[in-house]
Design a binder for this molecule. Structure first.
Ligand code: FE2
Ligand code: FE2
Length: 252
């Protein structure tokens, strides 16, 4: 049975929270959600920064630089929303110390800390831009917290471009490295990408759904991603890796 939303889209503004018009649990859940969103944007920016030092192609570098700048802006936008709630970037990141090491942060963490070269860049785009586009487009665009809605609108347009770049990069990677190498890399990255949506049916997501901070459960989004990805892979002549059921996601 779908969970009933307590608040409509854009029902709450920052002053409602500052003036104590909203229950404390809403503020706690919102703060945590924003802290996770901000950190994901920040790690993605760090990943683009990292791969830039490992690629030479001038055209690819130009796009990666543009994406880096935009990811930095996305992070800044979300941290600014947090600061309006009295939460500094340091405090927000501190809330994420455990989450950062969890499977849901595997993809951004790997991109920020270990990714190198064009193939990883293409995989990271599938794992972070395509997934980010789904999360932001489906969940945050209809958030009950109006400032998050407005940020999502801005981010969404740029993420759509990042995703188009990612789709083109997938084809370019096949031409450059061959189908087998890209399939291998996909098998390595896909579980991380799926885990980025977070665990299914968690208490935290239940709260997000009832407060109208998310519209869909993580699992529904992950399934949508897999359907979209399979279409994209088939078009590119790539194989969809078989996944085992359950969370965290792993290869079958
Ligand atoms: Fe972003
Ligand atoms: Fe992006």
């Amino acid at each position: 049975m779908p969970i009933r939303r307590q608040f409509d889209e854009r029902a709450i503004e920052a002053p409602d929270i500052r003036l104590g018009r909203v229950e404390p649990q809403y503020v706690r859940v919102l703060t945590r959600l924003l802290a996770a969103h901000a950190l994901a944007e920040k790690l993605t920016a760090q990943g683009y920064q990292r791969v830039l030092s490992t690629i030479d192609d001038p055209e690819l570098r130009a796009t990666a630089e543009k994406n880096l700048e935009e990811e930095n802006r996305h992070a800044a936008l979300v941290y600014r929303i947090l600061s309006e709630l009295g939460v500094s970037e340091t405090a927000a990141d501190r809330m994420m110390i455990t989450a950062r090491r969890s499977p849901s942060f595997d993809a951004p963490r790997y991109f920020a800390e270990q990714a190198a070269g064009e193939l990883d860049l293409a995989m990271a785009s599938v794992s972070l831009d395509m997934t980010g586009l789904i999360m932001i487009g489906v969940n945050y665009k209809e958030s009950s917290y109006a400032p998050h809605c407005r940020a999502a609108e801005i981010i969404l347009e740029e993420e759509a471009e990042h995703d188009m770049f990612g789709a083109a990069e997938l084809g370019a990677a096949v031409r450059r490295f061959g189908t087998e190498a890209v399939d291998r890399s996909l098998r390595e990255w896909l579980p991380r990408a799926v885990n980025f949506f977070g665990p299914p049916g968690s208490g935290f997501t239940y709260d997000c759904l009832r407060f109208g901070l998310k519209s869909k459960d993580n699992q529904e989004l992950a399934e949508l991603f897999l359907v979209m990805l399979e279409k994209r892979l088939t078009k590119t002549g790539l194989q969809m890796p078989a996944l085992a059921p359950g969370y965290p996601c792993a290869l079958a």
